[in-house]
Design a protein around this ligand. Structure first.
Ligand code: HAM
Length: 467
């Protein structure tokens, strides 16, 4: 005991120990504590929704740039539709018995009582826009592309969010199988340009009549195997039997493996059409896998349906990176003239996850081939000149990191290192006097002194040499 006492006495008394000395709690102090706790509660994102953070900014801009580039090179026009639409638009097109509508759509009543929804996907809105804006009078087909946030109230997990982003392409007004094949090539090339090896799974679900005949057969089969199915699939037998086909439940999968296949119920016309799509893919040397159970989770499809998967992801955790298909009846169903259409959408958040892993393993660098530069200055006159030179560089299409809030050159160069730049451009007092500027290679430490007036040309030269 005496030893313990000694320890307490020996303890150094600091402002911290004084501050943490427990004080008698009065009612007043408890109330004040509660209040300060309340103030400190920082708002959080809504579950299943996330920020895109500065460290991922380059990656997302790269995704957009590749989408932009692919779409332009196939002559698609960029469009943007509102995030809010009438809820009925999605119910009518996606189908009221689908998971998206029955479980996942963010629908609510507006102040005037109208029923609105946050868009769960892009196709319905594009078709609405095509009809509203008389695009039928444009030269057909109309090729459109888009990207933006979509909303589904799903159970959040890696790669599955309540707000996610899609890049999508739609061809409206072309009934030829070549349009389906071209979209598949576009999607495939989007992944290839990002260094992702994509698998294409493909199937045909024929016409609604083909499907009706097939569903009779399928329901009969599932009823005969009812006791082997999961509870969810049992409910789906009468509601949406096609969805049982892509159930992830291992119990269901055994039953599905023996199920009748839709391909055997296709009309001659749909079969011939599907063969043509496959022939074009063969011609274009696009590898694909025929997947008889692929039916997709939206009701508007006819004939071709397809999905993209990452070849290198383990089979178990695989969820589609994108999907699409033909929707020849949708425009008529929404009140327009019968107009054939086809399209796809890719889930950019899932693509970003793959690329983030590739960045970690150095298999991928966003903006590879573009120099990362930092402009450092020393002193007030140099700061003014730096402003001017940074503007010159910007006009030459060259971006530089800089920080006018850090006067110390050492601090600026430390920041340059943090940004992992390849070169620092340094403007000190001596350089100000003789109109020169230093370009320092950050990995070798080798410095070169160049004429300030030639800075843009010098950086362009470096850029060319680094490619
Ligand atoms: P979808 O298959 O519902 O098709 O969605 C396309 C892609 O969006 C999916 O393959 C997936 O990568 C991504 N995605 C879907 N839900 C989520 C989620 N909760 N979190 C993260 N990513 C998700 C469509 O949306 C159709 N509009 C495609 C289409 C266009 N068909 C014809 N034209």
């Amino acid at each position: 005991m005496p030893e313990k006492k000694k320890k307490v006495v020996a303890k150094k008394v600091t402002s911290k120990t004084v501050a943490t000395k427990p004080a008698q709690k009065t009612v007043k102090s408890v109330k004040a504590e509660d209040k300060s706790k309340k103030i400190k509660k920082i708002p959080q994102t809504v579950r299943g929704m996330k920020d895109i953070l500065p460290q991922d900014g380059q990656l997302w801009r790269h995704l957009h740039a590749v989408a932009d580039n692919i779409s332009n090179s196939y002559n698609f026009e960029f469009v943007e539709t509102p995030i809010l639409e009438e809820a009925a638009l999605f119910v009518k097109t996606i189908g009221k018995n689908t998971d998206i509508i029955s479980k996942e759509m963010y629908a609510f009543e507006d102040r005037d009582g109208s029923k609105l929804a946050l868009r769960p996907e892009g196709t319905a809105s594009i078709v609405r826009s095509y009809l509203n804006n008389g695009m039928i009078s444009l030269s057909q087909p109309v090729n459109m592309w888009y990207y933006g946030p979509m909303f589904r109230h799903e159970r959040p997990q890696a790669g599955r969010y309540r707000q996610f982003h899609q890049y999508g392409c739609e061809i409206i007004g072309n009934a030829d199988a070549v349009a389906d094949a071209q979209l598949i090539v576009m999607g495939y090339n989007f992944f290839r340009d990002l260094g992702i090896n994509a698998n294409v799974y493909i199937n045909s679900i024929g016409t609604p009549e083909d499907r009706e005949r097939y569903i009779v057969e399928l329901v009969g089969y599932f009823r005969s195997k009812r006791s082997y199915l999961s509870e969810e699939s049992k409910l789906r037998i009468s509601k949406n039997p096609l969805r049982i086909l892509d159930s992830k439940d291992p119990q269901d999968q055994e039953v599905v493996a023996e199920a009748p296949q839709i391909i055997d119920w296709l009309s001659e016309k749909s079969k011939t059409y599907f063969m043509k799509v496959l022939e074009y893919l063969d011609e274009l040397d696009i590898p694909y896998v025929l997947k008889p159970t692929l039916v997709r989770g939206l009701d508007y499809y006819t004939d071709t349906v397809f999905e993209f998967f990452d070849v290198d992801s383990p089979e178990k955790s695989q969820s589609a990176l994108g999907g699409g298909g033909r929707y020849n009846l949708l425009i008529e169903e929404l009140g327009g003239e019968a107009t054939p259409a086809t399209g796809f959408a890719i889930g950019l958040d899932r693509v970003a996850l793959i690329l983030k892993k590739k960045i970690e393993t150095k298999e991928f660098t966003p903006n590879a081939g573009k120099l990362k530069l930092y402009f450092a200055h020393l002193g007030d006159p140099a700061k003014k000149r730096a402003l001017f030179l940074i503007e010159e560089l910007r006009r030459g299409g060259i971006a530089v990191y800089h920080n006018f809030g850090k006067p110390s050159l050492k601090a600026q160069l430390e920041q340059a290192n943090k940004h992992d730049v390849s070169h620092a451009i340094i403007l000190g007092q001596k350089e100000m006097q003789d109109d020169t500027i230093i370009i320092r290679d950050m990995s070798s430490g080798i410095q070169e002194m160049v004429d300030q007036k030639k800075i843009v040309r010098e950086i362009e030269k470096l850029q060319r040499n680094s490619q």
